[in-house]
Design a protein around this ligand. Sequence first.
Ligand code: HC1
Ligand code: SF4
Length: 573
Amino acid sequence: MVTLTIDGRTVQAQEGATILEAAAQADIHIPHLCYLKGINEIAACRVCCVEVEGERAMVTACNNPVKEGMVVHTNSPRVRSTRRINVELILSQHDCKCATCVRSGNCQLQTIANDLGIVKVHYETQLPRGLRGAWTTTFPLYHDYNKCIKCMRCIQVCDKVQTLSIWDVSGTGGRTMVDVSGNRVMKDSDCALCGQCITHCPTGGLRERDDTMEVFSALADPDKITVVQVAPAVRTAWGEAFGMPREQATMERMAAALRRLGFDYVFDTNFTADLTIMEEGSEFLHRLKAGGLTRWPMFTSCCPGWVRFLKGQYPELVGQLSSAKSPQQMFGSVAKSWFAQTLGVAPEKICCVSIMPCVAKKAEAELPTMATQHGPDVDWVLTTREFVRMLRADQLDPKYLPEEPLDSPMGVATGAGVIFGATGGVMEAALRTAAYLLTGEDPAPDAFAQVRTGPGLREATYEVAGIPVRCAVVSGLGNARALMEQLKAGKVHYDFVEVMACPGGCVGGGGQPISCEDKELYGERGQRLYALDKSAPVRFSHENPQVQALYREYLGSPLSEKAEELLHTDHKG
Ligand code: HC1
Ligand code: SF4
């Protein structure tokens, strides 16, 4: 241990700890902007500068280790004035129109500037000029050069965590900018649209395309029947933006909020997560019995960030994806066929909106393979953050709303459907039903819980009706890449592999609320999903009574001709 003094207090810290970490342990907060533990420790913003007795220059706390006997001042007059200068210099190259920024109230630069009491910037404003090519406003991810503070977090997250290296630095000195690497335009890059660069951006430099106005228009259109689906992971996080505890921000309270916004039917993506299990589980058993898995595993196909990654990085493996469409897309197909028929209306009358924790879902819904002659299966995809903005726009405070049940039939779901939103959940739900399909008996609902915890790559071999099924579960594209390389090298062999692009799965999705404290919240959000599964009256997808009705009334059986037409794809789009 190392003993040092911070702001007059004696502090003990681990050898090798940074000044920032040592101070945090003693509840002394040193402001910082660019720092992300283990990912970005480059002291680019210099906001964390502190004074160390005996040192001539100021020292950055995020990347300098503590030393025995060190005396640190985090708020001396010199620190205060240097920190203000550093923040003012950043502001002089930042478009400070907070009133029109999506991150206002949730922006780390705004918070630090406000905390320091900066009401005037003493330097001339110099926003980036002469940008190479205009940014396309139709792409689901948007980079605002004038709000970028060059903290490099996006570069590092995309590089180190997701291994796609989409961002890079261009220009030098005062003209330094973060831009798409390799002189590419974004829409032609390999971006998976995982959105991790957005959720790790401290300002409004990166955001999703905003589709809220289109949804407000659909809600106001008397000729449209608006049907909304809510992804599993959204229910764990939407209340964060309102400071609501997870137990209060329930799906049922969200249903009330969606009805206040004007949606005609409030449904659940979990319903089609159950349907996905029926189709994907049946496909897996079909492939297993056909012996087609000798060389490669079957990959789950529900995460569009992962599917984009595979298409871009390992196109030779795309054929190993399950042909099942994602629950989002199955929902759209079923809403505009079975449900439209149930209502006795033309599919065109239905406007299908999704609330997703994900940015890539916007691109998935736009794929040509996800449409019929009646139009796209899913019309609009909103992130959790956009949903929150719609509530704010309508002055709805969900804390004061009651809980209301979801609508039937597509609001009925099981515990197996809800765990889709956490890494390992799809695998677990699929194995529950695969075991039933093979033996005719339900296994214990928690029989396949081994993949719930562990590192980014988890492995398990389960005996399903006497057949050993070798499973791997991976989240985060860097982990996915490592797994693909091992598979290609023949070093590992699996039958069934679940991949989610975002660390922790959809609960950590790039469309979720952003923590201004840089907390990774996917762990606690995932726990919430497992708690919902545990308390669900039905925990097997094949026991969902409305999924059973859908097969009885409309589809016939899993993998039937109609099911293939509506619920499967060749991933060629
Ligand atoms: Fe997901 Fe899925 S779990 S991909 O993470 O399979 O986005 O939540 O909706 O479609 O069900 C996301 C979440 C989501 C789909 C489901
Ligand atoms: Fe990289 Fe994901 Fe951001 Fe695309 S969305 S640039 S893949 S971090």
